[in-house]
Design a protein around this ligand. Structure first.
Ligand code: THU
Length: 238
């Protein structure tokens, strides 16, 4: 993915001017590129209760999720002079969560990777070694950024002569003509009932489509029926 560092720096400088910094008079602005091409920004916001200061990176990560989620690819963080500023320790942990080891942070003379800024980082994988998969019913950590996105297709299958239910999580929304990336994110396990497979799907995406043995489509997702799906799925169909 092409990173336009100059554009990120310009956006960071612009939002730095909106910082609320009565305590420090040290405005900070950040702009980050998301893996779908969006740019999200944030500025620091201080408080009379000094320890409650919100760093610019925190605002940016809030905006990342408020505007659709995704993974951070690159970030420019600037001080009042417009020069690159290193994220504080706490923010490095926050950036690690949403950008991972490959995320780049503007620095001189070259951008630095998150695994350079936060070596030996603590993350979900360390917890999962002890507790098993975290973050809700078994969404693997490497797929956490896809939660709430894509579409789950649930369908019956034969296993050892018996009908079971399974599904797969597809990265595109399934809507025609959007030019989105396609591809399977995760194959589901076998479930005894359609309801169990639908529940597996709803943990991953609000878009869940049940495909019956005849290829008929029913909507088990949230909200209105999307175009091309004639009916809502009900437990009785299972
Ligand atoms: N600050 C940020 O917003 N991000 C950083 O990574 C470094 C520090 C802010 C917090 C506080 O408002 C001011 O800079 C001085 O510490």
């Amino acid at each position: 993915m092409e990173i336009d560092w100059a554009a990120l720096r310009t956006a960071a400088i612009e939002v730095m001017r909106r910082a609320y910094v009565p305590a420090s008079d040290f405005p900070v602005g950040v702009a980050a590129l998301v893996d779908d091409g969006r740019v999200v920004v944030g500025c620091n916001v201080e408080n009379a209760s000094l320890g409650m200061t919100l760093c610019a990176e925190c605002g940016m990560v809030g905006s990342l999720h408020a505007t659709g989620g995704g993974k951070l690819v690159a970030m420019s963080c600037v001080d009042a002079t417009g020069a690159p500023l290193m994220p504080c320790g706490r923010c490095r942990q926050i950036l690690w969560e949403h950008g991972g080891p490959d995320m780049l942070v503007e620095a001189l003379p070259r951008p630095l990777r998150m695994d350079e800024l936060l070596p030996h980082a603590f993350g979900w994988v360390d917890m999962e070694k002890v507790t098993g998969p975290a973050g809700g019913p078994e969404v693997p950590a490497e797929l956490a950024k896809w939660r709430g996105r894509g579409t789950v297709f649930v369908h019956p299958d034969l296993s050892g002569g018996e009908t079971i239910w399974t599904g797969y999580w597809e990265r595109s929304s399934g809507a025609p003509g959007t030019g989105e990336d396609k591809g399977i994110l995760e194959e589901g396990p076998n479930f005894p009932t359609a309801s169990a497979a639908v529940a597996w799907g709803l943990v991953r995406s609000p878009r869940v489509v049940v495909v019956d043995a005849e290829g008929g489509l029913s909507w088990a997702g949230e909200g209105e029926l999307p175009d091309g799906i004639p009916q809502r799925w009900t437990e009785e169909q299972a």
